[in-house]
Ligand binder design. Structure first.
Ligand code: SF4
Length: 515
């Protein structure tokens, strides 16, 4: 047998009689064809209105939208890398036809034109996918994940620090005034005390002037004089800075100077293992059949306060409420249960201790837990573990950070002094008080019944592979762990592109379409 090595012909200058078109080079049912097919069906008239007209012609928004969605589907997020792909990648070339948009055009389209239109475009895509029978917007699985912002990790502003600095100025002013009073006290003279309750950038200069005037002809301690000079020069501008910071902070505890909409949060990805807080956003997503049906971005770390806004946005987008929602214990609050009830949504939503109740059998035997105290409904009296009546002593009204009102009925034991059980029973001083929120107890009971149904158990299992799989895909497969853009509106836009890319990637992996 011949051992001669034969190579295939290699000629870079070989000409074709009929050169292939890009279309010949793109496989049938390739994801780029799916993106092209779906975006061709969208109504982009609202997006077209973002163009003012006049001047030179613009690249077609449908083409640019296809480019961006396909780029996100291929894990290409920077406008310069997208431009490079448009020059080198046959699939991108097929998408753009004879157009040649550069990175500036892509960046401008993404950041300016698409910013206010992407949500309704995303909604249209979800509805098309629902028509294709791959998802339903009626049965949702909701969860959240934190994604790092495109912001410096060390340029933080803390609410506590702004407040403390303001209070420090206030205290220094009061100390100086005490000195003035001491000086005048020796002369037995009356003084008009400045208003220290509301120190603001406008008034503080006048207050310092008032103090300087009072000390005009007096021998003044050097340290006091130095403080007054420093205060006159710096405190008004410092107070102005704290005021502006507090306006940006709103209800938040922190923000980043490089992206003031980003809040410092603990991220799951903590490679250094030091629990360092990083500036980020709390991405909330709902899914069905591992497709994203809605996304919102929260600036708070807790998921609890995000559910209402997230579902309101779903209702705004689709014009109807979902039938059911499944979520973990992070969402099990009285406010959320009430919202679900008012909107006729069946909530398979766990609450704190749901798992403990199911798996920790000893919990039911702990006599000191409020849930295990004997309650006489007719008399409205609880009985403590040694049988002492705990009488209704009134209602405590509470308002949550989000403005939701809660009512707790308080019951108090008559005499805990000398009780041998006190160490185990409670740690407070005086007679033990228990607080019962009957509305929350009712809603939790309702949730528990649903969660323990066969359907509820199935939904709880499904929740793990529904939404968690989406976050894993975005962070691991799509390698998206940090936003490219800054500020809430642009980060929201990026999330929409990610969500569309995720959905269309999944759709293109499904049954083949006739396209
Ligand atoms: S400490 Fe008070 S409430 Fe607790 S068991 Fe004793 S008497 Fe009852």
């Amino acid at each position: 047998m011949s051992k001669k090595v034969t190579f295939k012909t290699y000629s870079q200058n070989q000409l074709s009689l009929l050169p292939p078109s890009y279309d010949d080079l793109v496989a049938a049912n390739h994801p780029v064809r799916v993106v092209n097919y779906i975006i061709d069906q969208l109504d982009i008239s609202a997006l077209a209105k973002e163009y003012k007209g006049g001047g030179s012609s613009s690249y077609h928004p449908r083409m640019l939208l296809k480019v961006l969605v396909y780029a996100y589907l291929r894990n290409v997020y920077s406008s310069r890398k997208i431009e490079q792909a448009l020059q080198e990648n046959i699939h991108f070339m097929w998408l753009i036809g004879q157009s040649k948009p550069d990175h500036g055009t892509i960046s401008n389209f993404r950041g300016q034109r698409l910013r206010n239109q992407l949500k309704q475009i995303f909604t249209q895509v979800v509805l098309l996918l629902q028509e294709a029978g791959v998802l339903s917007i009626k049965d949702l699985y909701i969860d959240g994940t934190k994604i790092e912002a495109n912001a410096n990790r060390y340029t933080f502003v803390w609410a506590k620090s702004a407040k403390t600095s303001r209070e420090r100025i206030q205290k220094q002013l009061k100390d100086i005034w005490a000195y003035v009073e001491k000086v005048y006290g020796e002369e037995q003279k009356e003084l008009n005390e400045p208003d220290f309750t509301a120190i603001d950038p406008e008034k503080i200069a006048a207050t310092i002037d008032q103090i300087n005037e009072a000390l005009k002809d007096k021998p003044v301690n050097k340290e006091i004089k130095r403080k007054l000079d420093y205060g006159k020069k710096n405190w008004p501008k410092n107070l102005q800075k704290y005021k502006e910071q507090e306006e940006i902070l709103g209800e938040r505890n922190s923000y980043s100077k490089t992206d003031p909409d980003a809040t410092f949060m603990r991220m799951k990805e903590d490679h250094m293992g030091n629990g360092q807080l990083k500036p980020g956003y709390n991405l909330q997503a709902s899914s069905n059949n591992q497709y994203i049906t809605n996304y919102t971005l929260a600036q708070t770390t807790a998921d609890t306060t995000t559910l209402k806004n997230h579902l309101n946005e779903h209702i705004n987008s689709y014009g109807e409420s979902p039938d059911s929602v499944t979520a973990d214990a992070g969402y099990g609050s009285e406010e959320n249960y009430t919202y679900l009830e008012e909107n006729d949504i069946t909530g398979f939503v766990k609450y704190n201790y749901f798992h403990k109740e199911q798996h920790d059998k000893k919990r039911a035997e702990i006599p000191f837990l409020p849930d295990n105290l004997f309650y006489n409904e007719g008399q409205d009296i609880y009985y403590c573990p040694i049988g002492q009546p705990m009488l209704n002593i009134g209602i405590k009204q509470d308002t949550t950070k989000t403005g939701f009102e809660q009512a707790y009925i308080r019951y108090q034991a008559q005499n805990c002094a000398g009780c041998p059980m006190q160490g185990q029973c409670h740690k407070a001083k005086g007679n033990r008080i228990v607080e019962r929120n009957y509305n929350l107890l009712r809603l939790k009971k309702q949730a528990k019944e649903l969660l323990l149904l066969e359907k509820g158990v199935a939904k709880r299992k499904r929740r793990c592979w529904e939404i968690e799989a989406i976050f894993a895909n975005i962070k691991q497969n799509m390698n998206f762990r940090r936003f490219m853009l800054r500020r809430l509106d642009k980060v929201s836009l990026e999330t929409g592109l990610l969500a569309m890319a995720h959905n269309l990637k999944k759709f293109s992996a499904g049954p083949k379409l006739a396209i």
